[in-house]
Design a binder for this molecule. Structure first.
Ligand SMILES: NC(=O)c1ccc[n+]([C@@H]2O[C@H](COP(=O)([O-])OP(=O)(O)OC[C@H]3O[C@@H](n4cnc5c(N)ncnc54)[C@H](OP(=O)(O)O)[C@@H]3O)[C@@H](O)[C@H]2O)c1
Length: 368
């Protein structure tokens, strides 16, 4: 009998993609069966694959991808290629999407219908329209292919698997609350630390940008959409059919006057004009002996999902967060008044890739 094999295709070879590839190489040498065979890897422009479906070498894939003249296949071509790989090797295929592309996400139902399982840290598919969410899980259900996305919320922190376990074992989730953005965590932990004082808002935003903690244009963090996407995913898993990440209140920290300035640099230049507004919010919290934080919450009884500023007692776990860590509290019937809390790094290539590799392991054990 032929040795068991699973074919792995990777779209996206940036920070997470590269870290994932390194972990996949280690996994494949640690776990010889099933054989994990790399059949496709691409960026948005280039791709590495063999026309005779023979496996790619893990060790040299990134280098070869940088120098190859082969163009990336279209998504339809990738579906066809992976079908041919599966047929030729008589083995299943897992697609690892390490992009943040909506186009790739929109193709998940097609991949799944063609028996290709999906593992991804990309939030787009699970936080876009509710129809796409339904199409994805219906396609998986009908073909038996698997779909896992642990790192789409809290990077490698076991947030999604924990929520699934709570729900599937019959606990009743009453509320989910937390700091879901490393950028927002860093900004508020240094702008309004529990010890008092803290920096000026605009200076903290600039510092976060200089340290590489923000998107190239910090407004892409300050608009709250990234947190709203994560809340959408958790709300849906908890049983609320949230239509989209814009279907509930999301507070943007971009001053109205700066919403339409042309560049991120101009935004940063003018942000000090609005420091007094944030200073007043900090002072108001301080007068009550509290600190302000940017949080997301889901209240199951009232079906209320919201993202924005809230104040917390200084002894609250959310107030005491450090650095750019995330914290997620699950309030449930079983856990009672003391929530189940998950806390730690919510960003970074290695920890995010760990969530992806862990998901891959789960898929392999089910399909191989
Ligand atoms: N980094 C983190 O800490 C972190 C944490 C949690 C979740 N995530 C998620 O992980 C994913 C990857 O993040 P990252 O930091 O690795 O991003 P990144 O460094 O920007 O890399 C993205 C990769 O995807 C490729 N890509 C983009 N659009 C594509 C398309 N339409 N078709 C094929 N390839 C495409 C890019 O290729 P080009 O170079 O050609 O554009 C690049 O190789 C994102 O969904 C992100 O939200 C990241």
């Amino acid at each position: 009998m032929a040795a068991k094999q699973v074919n792995i295709a990777i779209i996206g070879a940036g920070g997470v993609g590269k870290a994932f590839l390194a972990q996949l190489q280690a996994l494949s040498s640690r776990r010889p069966s099933p054989k994990l065979s790399l059949c496709y890897i691409s960026t948005s422009k280039k791709a590495l694959y063999n026309d005779d479906f023979s496996p790619l070498a893990y060790e040299t894939a990134i280098q070869e991808l940088a120098t190859t003249s082969k163009q990336a296949k279209t998504l339809s071509q990738v579906v066809d290629y992976l079908g041919a790989v599966s047929k030729s090797t008589n083995a299943k295929v897992v697609l690892v999407d390490n992009t943040s592309s909506q186009d790739v996400a929109d193709f998940y139902p097609t991949f799944l219908k063609n028996s290709v399982s999906i593992v991804t840290p990309n939030k787009k598919a699970f936080s876009g329209s509710y129809k796409l969410w339904q199409d994805i899980f219906a396609a998986a259900e009908s073909s038996g292919a698997k779909v896992y996305h642990e790192s789409s919320v809290g990077a490698g922190l076991p947030v999604i698997s924990t929520l699934k376990d709570l729900v599937e074992t019959g606990d009743e989730v009453t509320k989910i609350e937390g700091v879901f953005s490393g950028t927002m965590s860093f900004l508020f932990n240094s702008f309004a630390p529990v010890e008092g004082a803290g920096g000026q808002w605009s200076a903290e935003v600039k510092k976060a940008k200089d340290l590489g903690y923000t998107e190239p244009d910090p407004r892409d963090d300050l608009n709250g959409l990234d947190v709203a996407r994560k809340l959408t995913i958790l709300a849906r898993l908890a049983g609320l059919p949230v239509e989209s990440p814009t279907a509930f209140p999301v507070q943007s920290l971009i001053p109205k006057e700066l919403e339409s300035v042309a560049s991120g640099d101009e935004f940063l230049q003018r942000l000090p004009e609005f420091d007094s507004q944030m200073e007043e919010i900090k002072a108001a919290a301080e007068r009550e002996g509290k600190v302000v934080r940017f949080v997301g919450s889901i209240d199951m009884a009232s079906k209320a999902v919201k993202v924005g500023l809230e104040t917390f007692e200084k002894s609250h776990p959310i107030a005491g967060l450090k650095g750019s860590d995330n914290i997620i509290s699950f309030y449930t019937k079983r856990y009672g008044a003391k929530p189940l809390i998950i806390q730690g790094a919510g960003a970074g290539g290695d920890v995010t890739a760990m969530g992806v590799t862990g998901d891959l392991n789960k898929v392999i054990s089910q399909i191989a």
